[in-house]
Structures are given as structure tokens and as C-alpha cells.
Write a protein that binds this ligand. Structure first.
Ligand SMILES: NC(=O)c1ccc[n+]([C@@H]2O[C@H](COP(=O)([O-])OP(=O)(O)OC[C@H]3O[C@@H](n4cnc5c(N)ncnc54)[C@H](OP(=O)(O)O)[C@@H]3O)[C@@H](O)[C@H]2O)c1
Length: 323
């Protein structure tokens, strides 16, 4: 029988972590979540056997170290973007780096066996945006310790409640004509949130992934224009997408912030990153953790079905929507 590792989960109050927590609980994998905003922790899981909460903040190393006591494998599903004010958003990189440094020092001190980090695609030096660069640097910091760290690199994750899908949905639903900057024709390789969860759990049970940096993506390599068109077709909407080369990313962040519920603190860094191609270069994950990849049509269909089933309230959503 497969032994179940004791898992420390970060980001349990967020979009990916909230879903992963439900999967781990369903699989009976003993999990402790380090949570700083208890109000966002899924209420139905409070007091569930095998699922613990440790109050803490990744910016406070002592609380992280305490939460790691007797844990074996940690999921690192945290970023520091968010907030409604531009000044708050500008300091997210410092917080990202501090949190990762604290985590790796605590992991070394507590003798953790492995870390699994979900970061972002994009190549350093390719005029990479500040947000995507920060995701790479966090991976390097986590891999700099003694604990073997798997870095999974993903482009946009498509699922109800996640910022990429909510931006797509609100823009396509509300605007018959979308005037976008050049980034609308950048290529990307988005992935369904269901597949991300399968990869995260797959890495937990596949020791050969320890210490590796692996790219994960869906089967479709498409542009953001294609993504808007797929969504519109599935919803039976007629939409016109026009690229205006001179429109700058700051201006487009402002109008996306107005039209969608996604706060400025996350729109700005995400939109800045849309100029960068985010496509898998490394394909090892396909053999290490073989799964059926969902097309973008299937991913969007699942997200819409979830919103319908839960009356517009996704089972987990981007933490910073509440900031
Ligand atoms: N969503 C995507 O499309 C996407 C794409 C590629 C990669 N990723 C990666 O996936 C991971 C998870 O992203 P997500 O979309 O699930 O983000 P999210 O919904 O915004 O959740 C972020 C989580 O991080 C927690 N957090 C932030 N700072 C913290 C701190 N100092 N101490 C403790 N917890 C802290 C938040 O807790 P609070 O509730 O207390 O704020 C929240 O639970 C990130 O590493 C991200 O880069 C996401």
C-alpha cells in the first residue's frame, strides 16, 4: 500500500491551494495548512479529521518553522500580488523574496524532505516582466537550500475564480468590441486547473520529480485573441477583437480593472506579463506524471459548469479578490 506523506500546504486560502486542500483531504492525505487569513479558509474543512490549520505568515520565519514541525513534503502555492492601491502592489516582489527566503531557511532547519512549488513560465532575459521574473527567482531561492525542490512552471491557469479566467470571462461577457494592445497576439499555453491539481498530486507520489524544474501546460498553444474567441464561441457571443499597437499596458490595466472584478494589484503585474510568450520548453512532465490534458474548450466548459452549479460562487477563488 502507498504510504501517505504528511503534507504542509501554503496558499490554502487561494485559488489553487484551496482546490488542492480539498483533493488532499478527499485522498486522506494528512495535511497542515499554514494560514494567515483564517476567514478565507474553507469552512467545511475546519475540524475535518486529518486536516489541520497552523496560524502563521510566511513573512514571519518562526511561525513557518513551527508549522513545519513533523511535516515531510510542502507545497509552496504563494505569491504576494494583490491589493487595491498601486503603492501596495509595487512592493510585492520584496515580499515574494522574503517569504521564499524564510521558507527555505525554515525547511532546512526542520529537515523537510521535499518542497513542490508552482511558479510561472517565461525565460529570464527575454525582457521578462517583473512578476514573471519574481516567479523564477522564488524558484531559485527555494532550490538553493538542502531540501529537494520541484519547480512546476505554468502559464495561465484556467478555472472558475482564478484571475486569468475571471478577466477573460468579464471582458468577453461585457464588451462586444475589445480594443487591446499588441499583447493580444502573444502566444501562451494555458492549462486547466484540474490538470494542475493532477500534476501537483502526481509530483507528491513521483519521487523522480524531486529537485527538477518542469514546465506544465495544456495541449493548446494559442494567442490571447484565440482564447477570447474560444470563450465567445462557447457562450454564443459575437465579439470583435481589435489590436491597437500604440495602446500601452498601463492603460489596458486600468480598463481591465474597471471592467472586471480583478483588483489593480493583480491586473497590473499580470497584464505587464502578457507581452512575454509563456510556452512549455521542457516536456519531461509528460512521462514523469502522465495525465490526460484538457483542451481549452474543456477547461472553459468546466469553469462555466462550476459557476452554474454553485450559483456563481466558485469552490475557491483568487485570494486577492477579497483584499
Ligand atoms: N492563478 C494562476 O493562473 C497561476 C498561474 C501560474 C502560476 N501560479 C502560481 O500558483 C501559486 C498559487 O497562485 P493562486 O493563483 O492560487 O494565488 P491566490 O489565489 O492569490 O493565493 C495566494 C495565496 O498565498 C497566500 N499568501 C500570500 N502571502 C502570504 C504570506 N505572507 N503568508 C502566508 N500566506 C500568504 C494567500 O493567503 P491570504 O488569503 O492570507 O492572502 C493565498 O492563500 C502561485 O505561486 C502562483 O504564482 C498561478
Amino acid at each position: 500500500m502507498e504510504t501517505k506523506p504528511r503534507v504542509l500546504l501554503t496558499g490554502a486560502t487561494g485559488f489553487v491551494g484551496g482546490r488542492l486542500l480539498r483533493v488532499l483531504s478527499k485522498e486522506g492525505i494528512p495535511t497542515r495548512s499554514i494560514v494567515r487569513t483564517i476567514e478565507r479558509y474553507p469552512k467545511e474543512l475546519i475540524d475535518r479529521s486529518g486536516v489541520e490549520i497552523a496560524q502563521g505568515d510566511l513573512l514571519d520565519r518562526v511561525s513557518v518553522q513551527q508549522a513545519m514541525d513533523s511535516m515531510e513534503i510542502a507545497f509552496y502555492l504563494v505569491h504576494s500580488m494583490g491589493g487595491r492601491s498601486i503603492s501596495h502592489y509595487r512592493t510585492y516582489i520584496e515580499r515574494d523574496l522574503k517569504a521564499a527566503e524564510n521558507f527555505v531557511k525554515a525547511a532546512d532547519a526542520m529537515g523537510l524532505k521535499r518542497i513542490i512549488y508552482l511558479g510561472g513560465l517565461g525565460e529570464m532575459g527575454d525582457n521578462l516582466s517583473a512578476h514573471l521574473s519574481s516567479r523564477q527567482v522564488v524558484g531559485q531561492i527555494l532550490q538553493s537550500g538542502q531540501v529537494k525542490t520541484t519547480v512546476l512552471r505554468a502559464a495561465n491557469i484556467i478555472g472558475a475564480g482564478g484571475a486569468p479566467f475571471e478577466m477573460l470571462r468579464h471582458l468577453a461577457e461585457r464588451l462586444p468590441v475589445l480594443v487591446c494592445p499588441r499583447w493580444v497576439d502573444t502566444r501562451c499555453q494555458p492549462i486547466a486547473v484540474e490538470n494542475v491539481l493532477e500534476y501537483l498530486v502526481g509530483c507528491l507520489f513521483q519521487p523522480a520529480t524531486a529537485g527538477l524544474t518542469l514546465d506544465i501546460g495544456g495541449p493548446d498553444i494559442i494567442t490571447y485573441r484565440d482564447l477570447l474567441n474560444i470563450y465567445a464561441r462557447m457562450r454564443g457571443l459575437r465579439r470583435l477583437v481589435i489590436a491597437v499597437p500604440l495602446m500601452n499596458p498601463v492603460l489596458s490595466s486600468y480598463w481591465i480593472n474597471l471592467v472586471t472584478p480583478v483588483p489593480a494589484g493583480i491586473v497590473m503585474p499580470l497584464v505587464e506579463g502578457l507581452k512575454n510568450e509563456v510556452i512549455c520548453r521542457d516536456k519531461r512532465i509528460l512521462e514523469l506524471v502522465p495525465i490526460r490534458l484538457l483542451s481549452m474548450k474543456e477547461a472553459i466548459c468546466n469553469a462555466l459548469a462550476e459557476l452554474e452549479q454553485f450559483s456563481g460562487k466558485p469552490i475557491s477563488r483568487q485570494a486577492c479578490f477579497l483584499a
